[in-house]
Design a protein around this ligand. Structure first.
Ligand SMILES: *[C@@H]1O[C@H](CO)[C@@H](O)[C@H](O)[C@H]1NC(C)=O
Ligand SMILES: *[C@@H]1O[C@H](CO)[C@@H](O)[C@H](O)[C@H]1NC(C)=O
Ligand SMILES: *[C@@H]1O[C@H](CO)[C@@H](O)[C@H](O)[C@H]1NC(C)=O
Ligand SMILES: *[C@@H]1O[C@H](CO)[C@@H](O)[C@H](O)[C@H]1NC(C)=O
Ligand SMILES: *[C@@H]1O[C@H](CO)[C@@H](O)[C@H](O)[C@H]1NC(C)=O
Length: 288
């Protein structure tokens, strides 16, 4: 967490070029983004369980025209949107409380952690379509077993810390972490701090849009950022009293280390900069 705090200060200026670029926790109420999430170009859904409760994790990927003034002719933005869904008509706090068998005088805990950098080509390629959410192929059995054997006190903070066996695979650009129960953030940008608001999550009904990634603005016809989101491995680690890692690729095409979906490409291009912006936003959230 300290590492990310320092980065926040050093890279926040990058975010000003386009306030929505990078990863943010919570959902956005920017109209173009909201509409893109409602009508994405493509989507993928995988199941996961917390305790005996069934959830799904979905990633929507969209390319659309941003509603901002820009010198770029025929501007586009690519974005991915993360959501969880559950059935049964309960609020998030209630269903997580049941999953964790929380007593009525205790608050349920649900944190989410995301790698903020792109992952290596081999980690991407080790995820297969038939894994259907399971991370053991991509991250390896050691990392997944070590993650799942960690446990947390109900009232402990969200840390985003990883076992050693996962570090080289997941910590390529920092880990962002946020609490999903009791704190629902509507909009997080470094430019508009005052719009961050929190509310009691017991009444948050399914689905919960909890995070999104946005590219910088680019000229129509360049598919780099769209391809980045469609082909990359998306990893989220949900953590109540125990970690539940969930993995997803929208398209499971084989990627080379030159693909914009991999950390190999990020090292050599402007795409690397956006992961710095992501750290700024993820970090801000952890401090909020
Ligand atoms: C995504 O959908 C929009 C709107 O339908 C379309 O203009 C755009 O070309 C699509 N982009 C890709 C990469 O499919
Ligand atoms: C979750 O799904 C499994 C089957 O996939 C089912 O057996 C189980 O009853 C479900 N749990 C709940 C709480 O609905
Ligand atoms: C949406 O954004 C506007 C300002 O653009 C803000 O006043 C409003 O509170 C936001 N609403 C939500 C639900 O975040
Ligand atoms: C959240 O709301 C539920 C039901 O509306 C209530 O029982 C609970 O005490 C609230 N929790 C907090 C932290 O305000
Ligand atoms: C597309 O955008 C990326 C990132 O800005 C850039 O590196 C690449 O050169 C662009 N490709 C084309 C064909 O303009």
């Amino acid at each position: 967490m300290i590492k990310l705090t320092i980065l926040l200060c050093s890279v926040s200026a990058l975010a000003i070029a386009y306030p929505n670029a990078g990863t943010a926790f919570g959902s956005t109420n920017d109209t173009a983004f909201v509409n893109a999430n409602i009508n994405p170009n493509t989507t993928k859904v995988v199941p996961f369980r917390i305790g005996d409760q069934n959830f799904t994790f979905s990633v929507n990927v969209a390319e659309f025209t941003p509603e901002v003034s820009t010198v770029i002719v025929d501007p586009r933005v690519a974005a991915s949107f993360y959501a969880i869904e559950w059935s049964g008509g309960s609020g998030l706090g209630d269903i997580v409380g049941e999953a964790e068998s929380v007593a009525s005088n205790q608050s349920p805990r649900l944190c989410v952690s995301l790698p903020l950098g792109l992952l290596s080509a081999s980690v991407n390629n080790d995820y297969k379509e038939e894994n259907n959410g399971d991370c053991s192929g991509a991250l390896g059995k050691d990392c997944v077993n070590d993650l799942m054997s960690m446990s947390y006190e109900l009232n402990s903070a969200c840390t985003g810390s990883l076992p050693q066996s996962c570090m080289s695979k997941l910590d390529t650009g920092g880990i962002g972490s946020a609490r999903l129960t009791y704190l629902i953030v509507n909009r997080v940008t470094t430019a508009i701090l005052s719009q961050v608001s929190s509310q009691n999550s017991s009444s948050q009904m399914s689905p919960l849009d909890f995070s999104y990634w946005s590219s910088p603005i680019y000229a129509a016809g360049n598919d780099t950022y769209y391809q980045r989101e469609v082909e990359r491995l998306h990893v989220v680690i949900f953590a109540g009293t125990q970690n539940v890692p969930v993995c997803l690729r929208v398209k499971t095409d084989h990627v080379s280390d030159k693909s914009p979906a991999t950390s190999g490409a990020a090292r050599n291009s402007r795409i690397g900069l956006t992961s710095a912006v992501m750290v700024a936003l993820g970090c801000f959230f952890m401090l909020a």
